[in-house]
Design a protein around this ligand. Structure first.
Ligand code: NAX
Length: 333
């Protein structure tokens, strides 16, 4: 029987890449927006990826997903972003040997200027944008700056994978199911400087630091393990995180569209100076969603001097990224 609901239109860039391949099938199956919400997919690739994209679209067809109403395949951003409700910006140029961080910021910066401008021209004014392609915080800030008609609070970057990784490390250490771990915010930049705040995390109803009473483990094992988990996956698998990254995209969007009951989550948002974070960067903060679907930064978290110092270091890195990238691109902030 036909579903009478209007489909949610979702653009995905880098759709033929590794994360794209793990993500599209979950969106189309209903994992992101629910089991009775139709979706239309606008799949965006650069020209060299278009042939592989054709194969991915064939496989989507072959799943006969009842919720999937349409697949658009394109390398034209104005077609890809036309009337979209969500834009998941996954594709970006990877860092190659001999490339400096500043080079990467400039190369990807140009891409995200173009994507921001195209979103501004073609997407719904209510579009929400989640940037995954690295350096995702600064890429998101660049896209936001290049899309002046779309409100700043509709741009996000992803740290949910880091939160999920941190939760699973704590669950393993404490010998409890991962569902027992809550209130774990990853603060700052999606980079090894991020701070997974174990000091405010709960295990069951207790403070994590009352269950695991080993400060050295938190500082010298837990934090580096979470920060370097991406590199450890590459070393073991010979390829970067894809299924877990796609899962984190699903988690991020799913938890942005429904009111928060219980646990809050980490999302990079445009900062207004909350918790002493510099205003005007896209940085990871604890986010909850109210009854009308608007996000807010969770208030009242108490940060120790150690936590404040770690968060400051990560945000300083974001200020530096902004300075370098915006300088190269001739953008002002
Ligand atoms: P892949 O290299 O497998 O796929 C990227 C795809 O993007 C390719 O098919 C490529 O043709 C396409 N692409 C490149 N530039 C594009 C553009 N301008 N427009 C449209 N498509 C474009 O990478 P994959 O493993 O899928 O990772 C994608 C991005 O996610 C990388 O930047 C990666 O660093 C980042 N990640 C971010 C994470 C996060 O937590 N924020 C975690 C996972 C991942 O590392």
């Amino acid at each position: 029987m036909m579903n009478s609901k209007e489909p949610i239109r979702v653009a995905v860039t880098g759709a033929a890449g590794n994360i794209g391949y793990a993500l599209l099938f979950r969106i189309a199956s209903g994992a992101m927006f629910g089991p009775d919400q139709p979706v239309a997919l606008n799949l965006i690739e650069i020209d060299p990826g278009m042939e592989a994209l054709k194969g991915v679209a064939m496989e989507l067809d072959d799943c006969a997903f009842p919720l999937l109403t349409e697949i658009v395949q394109t390398s034209d951003l104005d077609v890809g972003f036309k009337d979209v409700d969500w834009a998941l910006l996954v594709g970006s140029v990877p860092r190659k040997k001999g490339m400096e961080r500043a080079d990467l910021l400039g190369i990807n910066g140009k891409v995200f200027v173009g994507q921001g401008q195209a979103l501004n021209r073609a997407a719904k004014r209510s579009v929400r944008v989640v940037v995954v392609g690295n350096p995702c915080n600064t890429n998101a800030l660049i896209a936001m700056t290049s899309a002046p008609d779309i409100p700043n609070d509709q741009f996000f970057a992803m740290t949910r994978l880091d939160e999920n990784r941190a939760k699973s490390q704590l669950a393993e250490k404490a010998g409890v199911p991962v569902s027992e771990i809550s209130e774990l915010c990853v603060w700052g930049n999606h980079s090894p400087t991020m701070f997974a705040d174990f000091t405010n995390t709960k295990i069951g109803r207790q403070k994590a630091t009352d269950v695991i009473t080993d400060d050295t483990w938190f500082k010298e094992t837990f934090l580096p393990t979470v920060g370097k988990r991406g590199a450890a996956i590459i070393a073991a698998r010979g390829a970067s995180s894809a299924a877990s990254a796609a899962n984190a995209v699903v988690d991020t969007v799913r938890d942005l569209v429904k009111p928060t009951h219980g646990d809050f989550h980490s999302v990079c948002v445009y900062s207004n100076g909350e918790y002493g974070t510099p205003a005007g960067i896209i940085t990871s903060l604890p986010i909850k969603i109210d009854a009308v679907g608007k996000w807010h930064v969770v208030e009242g978290i108490s940060l120790s001097p150690f936590a404040e110092q770690k968060i400051r270091e990560s945000n300083d890195e974001l200020l530096e990224e902004r300075k370098v990238a915006f300088g190269q691109l001739g953008l002002s902030f």
